[in-house]
Design a protein around this ligand. Structure first.
Ligand SMILES: Cc1cc2ncn([C@H]3O[C@H](COP(=O)(O)O)[C@@H](O)[C@H]3O)c2cc1C
Ligand SMILES: O=C(O)c1cccnc1
Length: 339
């Protein structure tokens, strides 16, 4: 094993916690006796069983849902790859702090705690077409920030981001991890034109070429082509795994963070559900590559954890029905007729 700033994270990825089969079995057994035809609550049933297994307890809980979002700036914005200027990242952090963003309202609607963590907004990462975006220590620090943001008593975690330029970064990571060129993964993001998308694709190709020698190492891909908020999301998803906390994945950018872990160890996302598929065209493709079916498809394309926060409502419904419904025996209702 390579020593160095990233080695603790490499170790964590190679020693993942496992699902608690006893809790999942207990949930499956209770699900089978609830007052409904078998399977009639569809994915709400499988979600309750999945939650129990990954929370490592039965019944599953929805007492402390947590939304964590991370904000950072990207040197690759110098290449003119976003419809918005970089200062919007800081301005939106102000909006998150005063409760005015979409994610604030969604977290509030589903009773989740909310925090935003800024990662050196006045010190963008390096332009990945010219140099590694981060050095190993910077990348490890961002991973640690994400790791430490996850509360011990969280029962379901949403991770999200704010960082002008980060759909270009997510597309570069996707291409580095799963192959293809910039045109396969670049999309409009905040709203660049079709020429803008072509330009993004070229910038991504330049980055892939510059870093061609490290493309077999997912954490080096993160360091060279990623960003601080994306590394922080990687750290949070990994911390959640070690703390037995299931995770809802958001859009293209959050899923690109998750894909770094998938590339390192495909089992590392078993505690994660894809909450939605974003309208950003690369996202559906990326979900297929990590073998995840999204719960929702609502043409959202915001980031901030917004699609994942919306899916908290589904998780809340799954826990409420699983934990609160009567069994056939309790309610004195006749079971299914024998053939
Ligand atoms: C006002 C505003 C609020 C946002 N909230 C999330 N994003 C999203 O858009 C950005 C990525 O798009 P691109 O790669 O095209 O820059 C990220 O900050 C992402 O979180 C926003 C973008 C804007 C402009
Ligand atoms: O799907 C996303 O994560 C996304 C899409 C557009 C802009 N920002 C984020």
């Amino acid at each position: 094993m390579m020593a160095g700033p990233l080695s603790d994270f490499r170790k964590a990825i190679s020693k993942l916690s496992r699902i608690d089969k006893n809790s999942a079995d207990a949930a499956r057994a209770r699900d089978a006796v609830l007052t409904k035809p078998a399977g009639a609550l569809g994915q709400l049933e499988t979600l309750a069983i999945w939650l129990s297994g990954w929370q490592g307890k039965h019944p599953p809980s929805y007492d402390h849902p947590q939304v964590v979002i991370f904000a950072a700036n990207h040197g690759v914005c110098d290449q003119g790859i976003s419809a918005f200027p970089q200062e919007v990242t800081l301005q939106m952090v102000g909006n998150f702090e005063s409760g005015g963003a979409a994610i604030n309202q969604l977290a509030l609607a589903f009773g989740a705690s909310f925090s935003v963590t800024s990662l050196e907004l006045d010190n963008p990462t390096k332009d990945f077409t010219k140099a590694p975006a981060m050095d190993e220590t910077e990348c490890a620090n961002a991973l640690s920030t994400g790791w430490n943001a996850v509360d011990e008593n969280t029962d379901i975690l949403v991770v999200g981001e704010m960082g002008i330029g980060n759909t270009t970064v997510a597309a570069a990571l996707s291409a580095a991890i799963f192959g293809g060129r910039g045109t396969d993964w670049a999309g409009p993001g905040t709203g660049v034109s079709s020429e803008g998308i072509q330009h993004k694709a070229k910038v991504i190709d330049d980055g892939l070429l510059r870093h061609k020698d490290i493309l077999d190492d997912p954490l080096k891909i993160l360091q060279c082509l990623g960003g601080r908020e994306i590394a922080a999301m990687v750290g949070s998803i990994l911390a959640a795994r070690q703390k037995h906390i299931p995770v809802l994945l958001d859009g293209f950018v959050a899923t690109a963070a998750a894909a770094v872990l998938y590339k390192a160890n495909p089992e590392s996302l078993d505690h994660c559900i894809a909450a939605h598929v974003s309208a950003e065209p690369g996202h559906g493709k990326l979900l297929k590559a990590i073998d995840k079916e999204p719960l929702l498809s609502l043409s959202m394309r915001l980031g901030e954890g917004s699609g994942a926060a919306l899916a908290l409502g589904i998780i809340k419904g799954a826990v409420a029905t699983h934990n609160g419904m009567a069994s056939f025996a309790d309610a004195g209702i006749s079971g299914e007729k024998a053939d």
